[in-house]
Design a protein around this ligand. Sequence first.
Ligand SMILES: *Cc1c(COP(=O)(O)O)cnc(C)c1O
Length: 454
Amino acid sequence: MNPLASNNRSLAERDLRHLWHPCTQMHDHLSVPMVPIVRGEGAWLIDADGRRYLDGISSWWTNLFGHANPRIGAALKAQLDTLEHVIFAGFTHEPAIELAEELVRITPPGLDRVFLADNGSAAIEVALKMSFHYWLNQGRGEKNRFIALSGSYHGETLGALSVSDVALYRKTYAPLLLTPILAPSPDAYEGEDGESAASVAARRLGELRTLLERHAHETSAVIVEPLVQCAGGMRMYHPSYLTGLRALCNEFNVHLIADEIAVGFGRTGTLFACEQADIAPDFMCLSKGLTGGFLPLSAVLTTQQVYEAFYAEYSAGKAFLHSHSYTGNPLACRAALATLQIFRDEPVLERNRGLAAHLATRLAPLRDHPNVAEIRQTGMIAAIELVQNKARRQAFPAGERRGLRVYLHGLEHSALLRPLGNVVYFMPPYVITEQEIDHLVDVAIAGIHHAVRD
Ligand SMILES: *Cc1c(COP(=O)(O)O)cnc(C)c1O
C-alpha cells in the first residue's frame, strides 16, 4: 500500500466523496477540515498525520473511561469469541440478564423493569410509547399528549424530536411532528435579574401546575433532562425543580420520564442526576455513557406497576410492541457490564469531584471577561456563555458562528472543543488529568479571545 494513502488529506478526500456526516452542513468542509482519527488513547484522539487532540467533549458525551480502554476492550474480546448476537425475543443471554440486574440495583428505587434498545433516541421512543400504552391499557387512551420543557433535547427521530425544543433540529421538520405542550424551562440563566436558581425553579413549578390543571386529563407524561439541558446549551437548573415535578406528576396522575441519556453515569456528580433531588421517575432513559462510549446501547427502566398494566392473556392485546433488530446485543451489554464494573472497583465519583473542583478553579478568572455572561457547572459539565454585550446579556448573532472559531482554534492547538452555538463547554472523559484540564482550559481561553474579536 502506498504509505501516503492513509494520511489526513487522502482519507478526508475519500470520506467527502461518499460519506454524509451528522449535524453537518457538508459545504462547510470546503474550509473546515475533516479529521480522520486512527487511534484513541485515554482522553486523546490521534489523527492519520499523528496529531493529537484532547477529547474535551467525550466524543459526543459517550466516553467515560478513555478511548480504547483496556478493561472494556478485554471484556469485549472475550464476548466476541463466545456470542456476538442473538434474537432477543424468545431468547436471552447472560450479559443482558446481568446488565438488567445491575441497572435495577444502581438506579433509584422502584425501577425494576428494563427494556433494551440500541440508541438514545430509540429509548425515548420506547418511553413515550410505553407511557401512552400504559394509560391505554387502563382505558385512558385520551392521555396521548406529552409535556416537554422549552430548550429541551431528547433526540432526533420523529417522536424524540417531537418532544425536543431546540429550533436548529426541530424547526425544519415541525410539519412531521407531534405537538407537545411546552412548559417553561427552569433554566437558571433565563431567570430575572438577581433571581436565585431555586426561586426560578419555584416560579417554573407554579407555571407547570397551571399547565397540568388545564391538560393533565389528556397528558401521558412530562419528559425532562434532569439538572442539565445539554444540547440546548448546557443550561442548568436547581434540583428542587425535580422534587416539585415529581410531586406534581403524582398529584395530577401523569408519568415522569427522566432522560438521563447525557447526564447519567456520574456526569453531574452523582451516579444519576435524579439522586440530587431524591426522586425516582416512572421511566428512566439511559444510553451514551452506558457502554463507556464503546458501542450503541440504550435502556429504559420502569416500574413493576407499569409492567403489570401490559401483563395479560395474549388475547387481551395488551403487549408492548416495539423492537429493534439489535435489541439487547450481547457485545454492547458486555461493554456496559465492564463499564459498570469500573464504577464498582474505582472511586470514580470521588475522583470526579476533585477534577470538577480543579476545572472550576481554572475557569474562575474568565468570569471577568467582557464577553462571558456566565460560567456554570454541574459536576463534570462546565459551560461558558459567550455574549456580545455582557451588561444586557445580549447574544452574538448565531450567523456569526463564534463557536466555530473556538472549534477551529482547538483543532489547531490539540484540543477537541465543540461549542453549542455561543456556549463553550467541557464534558471530558473521567480519566482526564488535572494537567490535561489545564491544557483544555488554556486552549479554550485563547480560542475565546480569538473568537470574540471584531
Ligand atoms: C444524545 C441525547 C439523546 C439522543 O441519543 P442518541 O443516541 O444520539 O439518539 C437523547 N436525550 C439526550 C438528553 C441526549 O443528550
